[in-house]
Each structure stands twice: as C-alpha cells, then as structure tokens.
Design a protein around this ligand. Structure first.
Ligand code: SAM
Length: 313
C-alpha cells in the first residue's frame, strides 16, 4: 500500500463516491414545467454541485447571461444544450418565451456568467415573471462570491447588508456610502479591478478608520487573496501589493461601532407612550416609559408632550 494521495488514490476513491452520489441524484424528482435556477462556479471549475450538473444535462434549454461563457462552462463538463440569451436588456421578452415553453411541459435552467443568478446578475425579472405565471421555480444552491467571502472573513457579526456594486461616479458613491454609516451589520460590496482603489478611497473618507475591512480577491482562483486589516491601512495595502488591483473583488466592511438604532428606539418609545398617554398624565407617561424602554426620561417627556399636543389639535 502507498500513502500517496496523488493520482492512484484519487482515481480509486473519488469515482466510487461520485457514482454513489450520482445514483441518488438521478433518482430524485425533477418536475417538468419548472425553471431551475442554477448556481455555477465563481472561478474554480470544481465548485459546481453534482445536482447542478445533472440538471444542466437534463433540461430542455438553458437561459444564460452570455451564451459564449455558458458554452465554455458546459464544454468543460462535457455538456451541450440549446441556449437562450437572457441578459439585462431582454429579460422581460425572454421571460415570456420561457413561460410558453414551461407551460408546454419543458424544464429550463437559468444560469448567470458566474455564481448565483439574480445576485448582482440578471435573473430576478425572469424568476418574477415565471412565479407570477404560477409556474414552479427550483433553486440549486451553489457558489456566491459574497457568501464565500463572508465565510472566510472571521468578522464576528451574524448580520450582513449586501450593497453589491457601488455607483461609478464619486459623488453618488459617497452619498450612498454616507447613508450606510449607521448600519450595524457588516457591509458587503462587489467591486471591479479598475474601481477598487476609488472604492477604498471613498470608504476611508466616510467610515471610521478603525473599522475592520476584508478585501477578498479572486476567491477560489489561483491568485486568491483574502486580506483583513483596519480601514485606515487598506489603501497602503493595495498600493504595496503587486497584482492587488487585478481580478474580482468582494469588500467587507465591519458594521458601525457601538451603534444604537435610534429609529427603532423612537418607534418603540412612541408605541409605549401612545398606550400610556391614554391613561396617564404626560409626566407619569414619560416616567413609566423611561422604566419600560430604558430610554431617557427628558427625551420621552418632550416626545409625550408633542404627541399629546398633536392629539388635541
Ligand atoms: N452572481 C455572482 C455571485 O453570486 O456572487 C456575482 C456576479 S457580479 C456580476 C460579479 C462580481 O462578483 C465581481 O465584480 C466581483 O465583485 C464578485 N465576484 C465574482 N467572482 C468573484 C471571485 N472569484 N472573487 C471575488 N469576487 C468575485
């Protein structure tokens, strides 16, 4: 026996596991008249599920963002299928064609160029139309750059806020970013290589420098890099790393530090005061509301007074 994990053992172990799984997958049900939303790899050709491969081989046609990319992908897996070009400019029309075909009992798959359709990619309009037509939509989970980057970030926050691509124009980008300053969840951005430096510059100008940032580049590919540092050091990291402005990026930014959700506090205070004011004076209502909500009595008194006046006007 050899302890090598190279070709021999690979060839003996993997096919057995794969054929066992394939047997189960082939026996599962694949309803007709359904749209299959299939995630494809974000770089590494191995990151596709066996179920996805089976469905891509079984469907009558594949609606895809760019037929050249999908032909290339299918060829790598030894597959060939009729393709329907479904990009952001023709989603509505193609949705109608897909619905007609589904109503005839066909199975159609929807893929994007990479990752999960409808995540910063076309697909949502087609899914919406198919659902509205009362037809079934079956998702096949798989790679998504945002989720993959979060999983390797080590940022200790269960919540994230997916922003996706930022506007190209500096002013629009900064306005959008400023509106995200108080969000406590991790912020998730997609960025293209030619804009990564401008994106970091905008982040540095708007958010606290001590927030952690994760720059995930070329995830699952040969030159994968997942760098984490404080925001104040991010620009210099980009400057000092050859190749750091090449490839595809997910940028994660730690949520607002010690953030209290003032809007949620206000809504809760109003709800409590509303009940109390029906039975108590302004002073009593403010005092009880302070005990119930833990908010400041003076602020609650001012709010109660305003509510009372508005109600009596
Ligand atoms: N639908 C895809 C998904 O599920 O993630 C996203 C498609 S969007 C058009 C493409 C963007 O996703 C890229 O510009 C980049 O921001 C991000 N992305 C895709 N693949 C990536 C990878 N391998 N590494 C880092 N970011 C990636």
């Amino acid at each position: 026996m050899t302890s090598s994990i190279l070709p021999d053992s690979r060839l003996s172990i993997l096919p057995a596991a794969v054929s066992l799984l394939l047997e189960q997958i082939v026996q599962q049900t694949y309803p007709a008249s359904a749209l299959y939303v299939v995630a494809t790899p974000i770089g590494n050709v191995g990151d596709i599920s066996l179920r996805a491969l089976h469905v891509l081989g079984k469907v009558d046609a594949i609606a895809c963002e760019d037929t050249r990319n999908t032909v290339h992908l299918l060829t790598r897996y030894g597959l060939s299928k009729p393709l329907l070009a479904a990009h952001q400019h023709n989603e509505r029309q193609i949705a109608e064609q897909i619905i007609v075909r589904l109503q005839k009992g066909e199975r159609i798959a929807l893929v994007s160029d990479a990752g999960t359709p409808a995540i910063s990619d076309p697909g949502a309009r087609i899914v919406d139309a198919v659902r509205n037509a009362g037809l079934r939509v079956i998702p096949l989970p798989g790679a998504c750059a945002a989720i993959t980057a979060i999983s390797a970030s080590g940022l200790l926050n269960d919540q994230f806020y997916f922003v996706g691509f930022l506007p190209n124009k500096t002013q629009q980008r900064n306005t959008l970013l400023a509106s995200l300053r108080s969000i406590a969840a991790t912020l998730v951005f997609y960025e293209a290589p030619q804009r990564i430096a401008a994106c970091i510059e905008s982040l540095v100008g708007i958010f606290e420098g001590e927030r952690q940032i994760v720059i995930a580049r070329e995830v699952s590919k040969l030159f994968e890099e997942i760098h984490r540092c404080s925001l104040s050091k991010a620009a210099s990291w980009l400057d000092h790393h050859a190749h750091s402005e090449k490839g595809e990026f997910v940028v994660l930014l730690e949520g607002a530090p010690n953030f209290t959700d003032t809007h949620a506090d206000e809504v809760e205070a109003k709800r409590v005061l509303n009940i109390l004011l029906a039975a108590c004076s302004v002073k009593q209502a403010a005092s009880l509301a302070a005990e119930i909500t833990g908010q400041k009595k003076n602020a609650l008194y001012a709010m109660a007074l305003k509510m009372k006046t508005q109600n009596t006007d």
